[in-house]
Design a protein. Sequence first.
Length: 184
Amino acid sequence: MARPTNKTALLEAAQTSFDKLWQTIDGMEPQVLSTPFDFSDQPSKKEAHWQRDRNLRDVLTHLYEWHQLLINWIERNQAGERAPFLPPPYNWKTYGEMNLVFWQQHQATSLDVAIELVTVSHAKALEHIETFSDQALFTKQYFDWTGSTTLGSYCVSALSSHYEWAIKKLRAHNKACAKRLSTC
């Protein structure tokens, strides 16, 4: 799917990828979904998230927290409060530490609550996008608070691109379980 360049494509990409995420989840065996993620035997999976996220709840709460980053950033800046996308003390070099804090905050969150959180926050993010014009979403520096990029680019990153990341992770877990059929 091409990277969106207008509001219609942005909304469509977000919803299509979100639906694809749920199709992926619904297509997985319950035993696989309840088996902890384990990518330790896959040296190519070096990024921290491969070790951080241990189950579906972890993936869904991660998506929820990134929705919250987007929603809060938009709301605060639209209200006239100059706010960065990543909350202090984090920046684009240290956001992995922030993701770990998100993970820690949700260790007591149930899967049912995680599903509700991500579903509601997805809808809220789309509602925010609806309020902007194509120009506001896809003109670089249209808002001074987006820096040198576009609001739409942030939306793609927090929504459809993140959903594709989650789908990739779930498919890798499904494949790993198939290889270890007796333990999944």
